[in-house]
Design a protein around this ligand. Structure first.
Ligand SMILES: *[C@@H]1O[C@H](CO)[C@@H](O)[C@H](O)[C@H]1NC(C)=O
Ligand SMILES: *[C@@H]1O[C@H](CO)[C@@H](O)[C@H](O)[C@H]1NC(C)=O
Ligand SMILES: *[C@@H]1O[C@H](CO)[C@@H](O)[C@H](O)[C@H]1NC(C)=O
Ligand SMILES: *[C@@H]1O[C@H](CO)[C@@H](O)[C@H](O)[C@H]1NC(C)=O
Ligand SMILES: *[C@@H]1O[C@H](CO)[C@@H](O)[C@H](O)[C@H]1NC(C)=O
Ligand SMILES: *[C@@H]1O[C@H](CO)[C@@H](O)[C@H](O)[C@H]1NC(C)=O
Ligand SMILES: *[C@@H]1O[C@H](CO)[C@@H](O)[C@H](O)[C@H]1NC(C)=O
Ligand SMILES: *[C@@H]1O[C@H](CO)[C@@H](O)[C@H](O)[C@H]1NC(C)=O
Length: 635
């Protein structure tokens, strides 16, 4: 995901061009799935599989699930560059789920197509929902026969082309040119493609003499326009794909240089002048930051990290690589080199840094400042000698360092840190990416959460690449993965997964595929929970260090946090309270998501939704019904 982010961010730098592709049409089916939960999971899985292939090939088909199966097909139009294709896919991936729980929906964007269905529709070329959209402008095309001929020609050319794509232009008059393109999805056979294109051309011809017409069929897309639409979206045009990528990158670098130049000029100018020309006072603000303790000199940080030498590299997180550095005064720091050179939004970025630097808590990694005047943007954090939790937890030798007491302190401290972000901080922050590698450990193994705040800055308003979301699979809450709904409860979910990893010493699988197959850590935990054998999953290294009751309580809290329904998950301050209290009646956890797909109704039995008191011998019937469990007690 990181290199992708890089490309994306580089791309964003090129400025002018980073608007989202226009949505042409969304068609949501009228039939509804009977098992929304299982269908959603298969939907997510299919979209993830398509994502992998659309990135590489501009096209992907996928099928997921044995029951409540979801087929998916995604196709970028060949005129999109690889980066624009990813952006287009990301946009459609975010918008298409609005159709759920419909069983069959599709979306056409200006550049790509995405569809899911409960049936195998990959070879479907036409259907009843095929339609056309005619442009509405005062321009009319005087000679419609030229357009008809052009459409006929590109149809033949597309059928003659192995990727079923063609684009061409023809001049109608001395000052009017018409552009046309045709694209079939790669999964069609030749006759299917022909049927589809012929139907689309015939329909789109009804738009004439309007200046723009689009045919949107089940298996293809045809468009003509007086606008050179397929030229503006591609990069340098022609050439190999690697050549195009190179062109994009070079273009971005050139754009970056220009942006940086402008920014430096602007800052100098701002710096040289009085604040009299500040309309909003942001110039003043920047100056005050530049002179404040938050500002670090690039040369100092470069020297501190030995010119960002590989030896000093601590890791590679979201937004950038991290290096260890020693400041001239002997202080050890961690320096993050941002992929994104944020000069474009330099004042907002300062603003964000100064806000985040005020968010201070014993369980949050401290942001010491930033450097913006050098060739790249850097963030400076306190240095923590024991790196991150995952390095210990998932290493069979090093995990022995994490005894019960330390693990409990990590569980509690992490909860406190997140609770602080959610409630007490000056700015409410949803972390979005709570996971073992984002929990850093100091010399006494006290936890400190890293990488908060920036998500807020970078993610705002942008649809994300990858799955269309920020975060890490395996830790992401289902409502966030499927619908993009983000609330504090998404962090609670991730925290729940983390707690279960800490107590079992096992890693939750990161892929949707494994979790839907029922092999995920939480499905295993749930199975043992229903069989009342949870204690068997306690990390063997912890055996004898804690009572069974203590261990079960942690399992229970983890399960409460990882419930499928976000409304049932506790707030983080409540989690802290649960952890601290000696005896507390906790509500029963309901089933976590992503499990028992194959026999969903077998395992969710029913029972009273009351409380479950901790005693290791308690074997009372505690089966659960997702629908009937009452509200969390207390708020
Ligand atoms: C909707 O469901 C009905 C009844 O099951 C079925 O006949 C029809 O083909 C479905 N329509 C679509 C678009 O799947
Ligand atoms: C992706 O493409 C590769 C090669 O074209 C193919 O082998 C693989 O099955 C595809 N995967 C998916 C999920 O479509
Ligand atoms: C969908 O159907 C086509 C043709 O019937 C077949 O080639 C393809 O393998 C099917 N795809 C899946 C995922 O079943
Ligand atoms: C092409 O695909 C269609 C739809 O799947 C099918 O009906 C037709 O037989 C196929 N034609 C050839 C030549 O394979
Ligand atoms: C056509 O576009 C004009 C302005 O662009 C708008 O006022 C008018 O309502 C549109 N007509 C239709 C039928 O969409
Ligand atoms: C379509 O192709 C024919 C034959 O190649 C050519 O004569 C004609 O000019 C083309 N029409 C357009 C509009 O390009
Ligand atoms: C299709 O391709 C063949 C050879 O590649 C060429 O001879 C033929 O003229 C092409 N037909 C069209 C309509 O472009
Ligand atoms: C598309 O063409 C078909 C016949 O070719 C016609 O029945 C249908 O109404 C047309 N649809 C549109 C939106 O033009």
């Amino acid at each position: 995901m990181a290199p992708l982010l890089l490309v994306f961010l580089l791309f964003s730098l090129s400025g002018a061009d980073n608007t989202s592709p226009e949505i042409l049409l969304t068609l949501c089916g009228s039939n509804k799935t009977s098992n929304a939960q299982a269908f959603d999971i298969n939907f997510v899985n299919s979209m993830e599989l398509i994502y992998q292939n659309i990135t590489d090939h501009g096209y992907g088909v996928a099928v997921s699930g044995t029951s409540d199966t979801v087929f998916g097909i995604g196709q970028c139009f060949n005129y999109l560059s690889s980066v624009n294709c990813q952006l287009c896919y990301a946009e459609s991936r975010v918008k298409l789920p609005h159709c759920l729980p419909a069983t069959d929906s599709r979306i056409y964007l200006d550049g790509c197509f995405l569809r899911y269905s409960d049936r195998n529709v990959s070879t479907q070329s036409t259907d009843l929902k095929d339609t056309s959209i005619c442009g509405n402008s005062s321009t009319v095309i005087p000679s419609t026969s030229t357009v008809t001929s052009l459409l006929k020609n590109i149809t033949e050319a597309a059928l003659n082309n192995s990727n079923y794509y063609a684009a061409a232009s023809a001049s109608v008059s001395s000052d009017l040119t018409v552009y046309g393109m045709a694209q079939c999805w790669k999964s069609l056979n030749l006759s299917g493609c022909r049927d589809c294109l012929e139907k689309a051309v015939s329909n789109v011809s009804h738009c004439l003499p309007a200046s723009d017409g689009k045919g949107l069929n089940a298996g293809c897309f045809v468009r003509y326009s007086t606008e050179p639409f397929y030229l503006s979206s591609s990069s340098s045009g022609g050439g190999s794909s690697s050549g195009r990528i190179l062109a994009v990158v070079l273009g971005c670098v050139a754009a970056a240089v220009v942006v940086i130049g402008v920014a430096i000029w602007w800052m100098r100018r701002r710096g040289a002048h009085d604040s009299s020309d500040d309309e909003d006072g942001s110039g003043e603000f920047i100056r005050s930051i530049a002179g404040s303790h938050l500002s670090f000199k690039y040369e100092v940080l470069s020297k501190a990290t030995d010119n960002f030498s590989q030896i000093n590299k601590l890791g590679h997180g979201g937004y950038g690589s991290v290096y260890k550095g020693v400041l001239p005064d002997g202080r050890e720091v961690a320096v993050k080199r941002l992929f994104l050179n944020t000069r474009q939004w330099v004042d907002q970025f300062f603003n964000e840094v100064s806000l985040i630097s005020q968010v201070q808590h014993k369980n949050l990694v401290k942001l010491l400042g930033c450097s913006v005047e050098g060739p790249e943007s850097l963030l400076v954090y306190e240095y923590l000698c024991n790196t991150s939790l995952d390095k210990f937890l998932f290493d069979s030798f090093k995990k022995t360092a994490l005894d019960w007491e330390r693990r409990f302190d990590i569980i509690l401290g992490t909860a406190e840190g997140i609770a602080y972000l959610h409630t007490a901080a000056q700015v409410r922050i949803i972390h979005r990416d709570i996971k073992a590698s984002n929990v850093l450990l100091d010399e006494r193994f006290r936890p400190k959460i890293a990488d908060f705040g920036l998500a807020r800055y970078f993610a705002e308003g942008q649809s994300h690449l990858s799955t269309g979301l920020a975060g890490t699979f395996g830790y992401m809450a289902p409502e966030y993965i499927v619908h993009g709904q983000l609330s504090e409860k998404a962090d609670t979910y991730s925290y729940g997964i983390l707690v279960l990893e800490i107590i079992t010493g096992r890693k939750n699988q990161n892929s949707v595929a494994t979790s839907t197959d029922g092999h995920s850590l939480i499905s295993l935990i749930w199975k043992h929970y229903t069989e009342k054998t949870l204690i068997e999953l306690l990390d063997p290294n912890l055996q004898g260090q804690c009572s069974e009751e203590q261990a079960l309580k942690i399992f229970h809290i983890g399960l409460l946090c990882a419930q499928a329904s976000s409304g049932l998950r506790p707030h983080m301050w409540k989690v802290v309270e649960m952890l601290m209290s000696k005896s507390q009646d906790l509500p029963l956890p309901t089933q976590p998501p992503f499990i028992n797909i194959k026999g969903a109704d077998v395992c969710s039995s029913s029972g009273s939704g009351s409380s479950y008191k901790y005693t290791s011998s308690s074997k009372s019937g505690h089966s659960v019904n997702q629908m009937s469990v009452s509200q969390m007690q207390g708020r």
